[in-house]
Design a protein around this ligand. Structure first.
Ligand code: SF4
Length: 461
């Protein structure tokens, strides 16, 4: 028999317990278990007045933002609607059934004001990371690093050629993102090393990039993760270029060491992190083993002899060619000793013209030049360390483990829907990346460590 719904909605009194209503296996219960905001008020105390009308509780706003970034609700307006309607979200925010949800404009004021001035998002990220450490999810032995491009909230339509942007001057009525961009330029007191093709008038700090296909404005999110359980130990926003990404990784490694006294034994990364400068920094300054492919253009593919066919003699500071001839950086003494280091931090070693002219192997060595030259980086020792590591089984394992950071980026874009930023300016990008990384760490702890997680899931992949 087909039944009829018998409930009616005009009851005056309900007996309802929100705590009992939220399922025990709900992801938010796990997130709530690992999120400790008890010191947040203390952290923010300087940024609130001691008199006047009470503000909206900052913990409520942070809890709402964590819901937004954990469940891919990026619009503040929609987030307020969802918290209003969703009982589990109300429970997580400590709101009763009849409590008012803050207006979306309140978020905007606090995100760009107190929360940014007090570095609240980094404080929360680090609080959650500390909890990950307490739970034993951070091993500290191996870190991996990578960067991912995220579209900025900026259109080509609202942009000017780079040369025009160079003439901009700082004014009070300029939009926040433009002021931030010009203030950053003024603070560095340096002329940019190159003129970008386009600069967005809405978000000038975003980079115009065509690295992944048709060009658009974007930022990079840089992750430093611990390889034991894929916990993000640091995150940094950067412009879209290799030098900025490498610099971001150095900043993150230093910051983790300063804040938590953790320095990994090995760093895993792709070729972007295999330049001579960062390898030298890792090997000589930080004593970290670079599990990174060396950025090397010395191998020739046209059938002529590569640099690896020449033998290096460190003591004599010279190369020997396959014909037994010597290549040196100088063939005559100089009155004033020279380093012979070029601007690119490479030293050129040259064969003697007379040796090459009479050589039977010249056609395989330098068919289009009178002599053979070999370039050697001033950091070649560090590059050799990375080359030796690349021959080991541990390196192969590291390359497989590197996928953990790529999976986090895939999760960020597909599940958390962070394929485009909503906030503008470099600080906006940094705030969003910090919140997203916090949400990813919380979700990982909740899924792996709460009673619903299976034992097998606790093992590193
Ligand atoms: S061309 Fe010059 S550098 Fe090359 S193998 Fe012959 S002698 Fe050596």
């Amino acid at each position: 028999m087909m039944g009829h719904q018998t409930g009616c909605q005009d009851k005056l009194f309900y007996s309802f317990n929100l705590e009992a209503y939220v399922p025990q296996r709900h992801l938010l219960r796990g997130i709530d278990h690992f999120l400790d905001l008890s010191d947040l008020r203390q952290h923010l105390s300087e940024f609130y007045s001691h008199t006047g009308r009470p503000s909206i509780d900052p913990e409520l706003m942070i809890r709402m933002l964590i819901i937004g970034y954990s469940f891919g609700i990026r619009s503040e307006r929609r987030l307020c609607e969802e918290v209003h309607l969703n009982l589990a979200y109300r429970w997580f925010c400590r709101l009763g059934l009849e409590d008012q949800v803050p207006d979306h404009s309140t978020f905007s004021k606090n995100r760009h004001g107190r929360f940014r001035d007090s570095d609240t998002f980094r404080y929360i990220f680090e609080t959650v990371l500390q909890r990950c450490m307490q739970e034993g999810l951070v091993g500290g032995e191996g870190f991996a690093t990578d960067a991912s491009i995220i579209k900025a909230d900026a259109q080509r339509l609202h942009s000017v050629p780079g040369e025009d942007a160079m003439k901009w001057t700082l004014s009070e009525d300029a939009p926040r993102a433009v002021r931030e961009y010009l203030e950053a330029l003024e603070a560095t007191n340096e002329t940019p090393s190159f003129t970008p093709k386009f600069v967005s008038t809405a978000d000038p700090s975003a980079t115009w990039t065509g690295m992944t296909g048709p060009a658009f404005f974007a930022y990079c999110t840089n992750y430093l993760i611990d390889l034991k359980a894929g916990i993000i130990v640091d995150v940094e926003a950067s412009t879209v270029n290799k030098t900025a990404e490498v610099h971001a990784t150095q900043t993150m490694i230093d910051r983790v060491e300063d804040q938590f006294d953790i320095k990994p034994k090995r760093l895993v990364g792709d070729t972007n992190y295999g330049t001579a400068d960062i390898l030298a920094w890792l090997v000589n300054e930080k004593d970290i083993a670079p599990h990174v492919p060396v950025w090397d253009k010395s191998d020739r593919t046209d059938g002529t002899l590569s640099r690896s066919d020449f033998v290096w003699d460190a003591e004599a500071d010279e190369y020997s060619c396959p014909e037994g001839k010597t290549l040196r950086k100088n063939w005559r003494p100089f009155k004033n000793p020279r380093t012979h280091i070029n601007q690119d931090n490479f030293i050129r070693y040259r064969a003697k013209e007379s040796d090459c002219a009479a050589c039977p192997s010249k056609a395989q060595c330098c068919p289009n030049a009178s002599i053979r030259k070999i370039s050697r980086s001033v950091h070649e020792d560090a590059r050799d360390v990375a080359r030796q590591i690349a021959l080991t089984p541990a390196y192969e394992a590291s390359m497989r483990e590197r996928k953990k950071v790529e999976m986090l980026f895939a999760h960020l874009k597909r599940i958390l829907k962070m394929d485009k930023l909503r906030l503008r300016g470099f600080s906006g990008a940094q705030d969003e990346f910090l919140l997203a990384a916090t949400a990813q760490n919380l979700r990982r702890m909740a899924k792996w460590l709460t009673p619903i997680a299976k034992e097998a899931d606790l093992m590193p992949a």
